[in-house]
Design a protein around this ligand. Structure first.
Ligand SMILES: Cc1cc2nc3c(=O)[nH]c(=O)nc-3n(C[C@H](O)[C@H](O)[C@H](O)COP(=O)(O)OP(=O)(O)OC[C@H]3O[C@@H](n4cnc5c(N)ncnc54)[C@H](O)[C@@H]3O)c2cc1C
Length: 495
C-alpha cells in the first residue's frame, strides 16, 4: 500500500531535524526517517554560531540551547607559551555575539524536542533504500527493521542523510573535491590547566593542536598527525599518545583525563554543484563536507534547512509558484563554496610544514590578526552573520532603493532587532515582513494575504520600503513610495 506525504526527510541528524521541525511548525505533513537506532551520543559539531542561534530563536527553544552550552568568546593562537594572536568575537553584531559551545548530541536533543513540540517524531531504524522522481511526486522505498519494504509517495524528498547520502547517489550528483592527505586525531576528554573562555590553538613545527572548550573542564582536542601513508590509521588512539602530543605541542603542564571519545579522522572537502533535481533536494553534509576548522559544517547545513523550509511550505500551501524552490540551490551552493574555501584556507594555514613558511605565518598573524578590521571580518564570516544572497533570483533592488553605510542591501541579512517583538519568520505562517509605511503593508497584505504579514515594522532608517523574507533576509528594497516595485516582486512569487 502506498501512503502519501507532502515531504519525506531522509536522515535525522541536526539538518534533518531542523528541516522537519520547521516544516511541522508551518503545518506541513512531513515524515522523517533515520536508519540509525538512536541519535548520536558524540559531541561532533561543538559550536552553534550567531546566525544559527538567531534562526533557532524562532522555534521558541533558544533558552534550552543556551542552557546546554557555554559562550566561547574567541581564539588564542600560541606557539608553546608565546601568545601569537588573540581573536575576539565580542564585536559580532548579533543578539548572540559569541560561539555557543554545545556538543552536537545536545543540539540534536533540543532539536528533537522542538520537533516533538510541533507534533513530529523521528521514525528510527527506517532506511531510505531507493526512490524514483516522477512528475507528480517521488516514490520512495523505505526498509523497516524487520526487512519489510514500504512504498511512500511524497510531493518532495529531502536528503539530509549525511556525507554518504543515498539520495545524492540516487540523483547521480558528483561529490566533487578531495580527501586531505593528513591523518588527524580527536579526543573528547577533561583537561586541567586551561582557561575555557576561548578556543586555544597551538601552532607547532610538527602540526597544529587545538583545544575547544565544551563545558567546565571538558574539551575537544584535535591535532594533525601529518601526511598519511594512504591507508589511514585504524582503531582508537591511546590516551597516553594524546597526552604525549599535548606535552610536545602545547604550553606544558596540561593534564588529560576521563576520555569520552578518542578517534582518528580524515578531512574531506567535497561539495555538489546543484543541491537537488526535480522534486528532490539535498541539505547539510549530503551536499557539502569540509574541514572542521571554523566549525561551520553543521551550522551551514542547518541554515540550508532554514532556507528550504519556508519555500517548501509556501509552495505546498499553494501560496507560491514551485519556481520559488529554484532559488534554493543557487543561494545555498554559493554559501557552501565560500564556507569550503574559508575552511580550506584556515586548515592550510594551521598545517603548514615548511619552517620558513611557518615563521612568516607567525609573524604575519601577529600583525594582521591584531587589526580591528581583520578581526571584525573574521568574526562576521565565522558567525555566518555575513551570509547574503546578492545574486539570488529572489533578490531585487527597486528604483531609488535607499543606500547608506548602515543600511543593509537587498539580499543581505536584516538586522534581527528590526523585527520588533517576535523574530522574522516566527509563528505558524511563513510570511514576508514589510518594513515601511503601515499603508504599504496593508495594501500588500490585501493583495497577497498568504505571502505578506499585514503588520508593518518601522523602516530601517531613512525612507524606504523593504520586504524581509521569512528567513530574515531582505528580498526587496526600494524607495518608500515604490509600492509597485514591491507588488511586482511578490507577484513573481505568488501563484
Ligand atoms: C569530529 C567531527 C567534528 C566536527 N566538528 C564540527 C564543528 O565544530 N562545527 C560544525 O558545524 N560541524 C562540525 N562537524 C560536522 C558535523 O558533525 C556535521 O556537519 C553534521 O553532523 C551534519 O549534519 P547532517 O544532519 O547533515 O548529517 P549527519 O549528522 O551525518 O546525519 C545524517 C543522518 O542520516 C541518517 N541516514 C543516512 N543514510 C540514511 C538513509 N539512507 N536512510 C535514512 N537515514 C539515513 C544517519 O543515520 C544520520 O543520522 C564535525 C564532524 C565531526 C565528525
Amino acid at each position: 500500500m502506498t501512503e502519501k506525504v507532502q515531504v519525506l526527510v531522509a536522515g535525522a541528524g541536526p539538518v534533518g531535524l531542523t528541516l522537519a521541525a520547521e516544516l511541522k511548525r508551518f503545518g506541513v505533513n512531513v515524515r522523517i526517517v533515520d536508519k540509525a537506532p538512536a541519535p548520536t551520543d558524540k559531541s561532533k559539531a561543538l559550536v552553534l554560531w550567531s546566525r544559527s542561534l538567531e534562526l533557532l530563536e524562532r522555534t521558541g527553544k533558544i533558552a534550552d540551547y543556551l542552557a546546554a552550552g557555554q559562550p566561547g568568546h574567541g581564539t588564542r593562537i600560541s606557539k608553546g607559551r608565546e601568545l601569537i594572536a588573540e581573536i575576539d568575537l565580542d564585536g559580532i553584531d548579533s543578539p548572540y555575539p559569541y560561539a555557543l559551545m554545545i556538543p552536537q548530541n545536545e543540539t540534536e536533543r533540543v532539536l528533537g524536542e522542538t520537533l516533538a513540540g510541533f507534533g513530529g517524531a523521528v521514525e528510527r531504524q527506517v532506511e531510505l533504500v531507493a526512490f524514483e522522481d516522477g512528475p507528480n511526486g517521488v516514490t520512495a522505498t523505505l526498509k523497516h527493521p524487520d526487512d519489510r519494504l514500504e512504498q511512500v509517495t511524497a510531493d518532495w524528498l529531502v536528503g539530509c542523510d549525511g556525507a554518504h547520502s543515498t539520495v545524492r547517489h540516487g540523483l547521480g550528483l558528483p561529490f566533487e573535491g578531495s580527501t586531505q592527505p593528513s591523518d588527524w586525531v580527536l579526543a573528547d576528554l577533561k583537561v586541567e590547566g586551561l582557561k575555557p573562555d576561548k578556543l586555544d590553538l597551538y601552532w607547532h613545527a610538527e602540526g597544529v593542536l587545538a583545544f575547544f572548550p565544551i563545558v567546565g573542564n571538558r574539551y575537544r582536542v584535535i591535532a594533525d598527525l601529518g601526511p598519511t601513508d594512504g591507508a589511514g590509521r585504524s582503531g582508537e588512539p591511546a590516551l597516553a599518545d594524546i597526552q604525549a602530543l599535548v606535552d610536545a605541542r602545547g604550553p606544558g603542564g596540561l593534564v588529560l583525563h576521563d576520555p569520552y571519545w578518542l578517534a582518528y579522522f580524515h578531512i574531506n572537502e567535497r561539495k555538489v554543484k546543484d543541491y537537488g533535481r526535480g522534486r528532490v533536494f539535498l541539505a547539510g553534509d549530503a551536499a557539502h563536507i569540509h574541514s572542521p576548522a571554523g566549525g561551520q559544517g553543521m551550522n551551514t547545513g542547518m541554515q540550508d534547512a532554514f532556507n528550504l523550509a519556508w519555500k517548501l511550505a509556501l509552495v505546498i500551501r499553494g501560496a507560491a509558484k514551485a519556481d520559488l524552490l529554484a532559488s534554493y540551490s543557487p543561494e545555498r551552493s554559493a554559501v557552501g563554496d565560500r564556507v569550503l574555501a574559508n575552511a580550506t584556507r584556515m586548515t592550510d594555514l594551521a598545517t603548514l610544514r615548511n619552517p620558513v613558511a611557518q615563521a612568516v605565518r607567525n609573524l604575519a598573524a601577529k600583525v594582521v590578526l591584531g587589526l580591528h578590521q581583520v578581526q571584525r571580518k573574521m568574526s562576521e564570516a565565522l558567525s555566518e552573520t555575513e551570509i547574503a544572497y546578492p545574486k539570488s533570483p529572489l533578490t531585487v533592488e527597486g528604483r531609488h532603493a535607499p543606500h547608506g553605510h548602515d543600511l543593509p542591501r537587498a539580499g543581505e541579512r536584516c538586522p534581527p532587532e528590526a523585527a520588533g517583538g517576535l523574530p522574522f519568520g516566527a509563528g505558524p505562517d511563513p510570511r514576508f515582513t514589510v518594513l515601511g509605511a503601515g499603508s504599504a503593508a496593508t495594501a500588500l497584505a490585501a493583495r497577497f494575504p498568504a505571502l505578506v504579514d499585514a503588520h508593518a515594522r518601522p523602516p530601517l532608517g531613512g525612507d524606504g520600503l523593504w520586504l524581509v523574507r521569512p528567513d530574515g533576509y531582505i528580498g526587496f528594497a526600494g524607495a518608500a513610495d515604490d509600492l509597485a516595485g514591491a507588488e511586482a516582486y511578490l507577484a513573481a512569487i505568488a501563484v
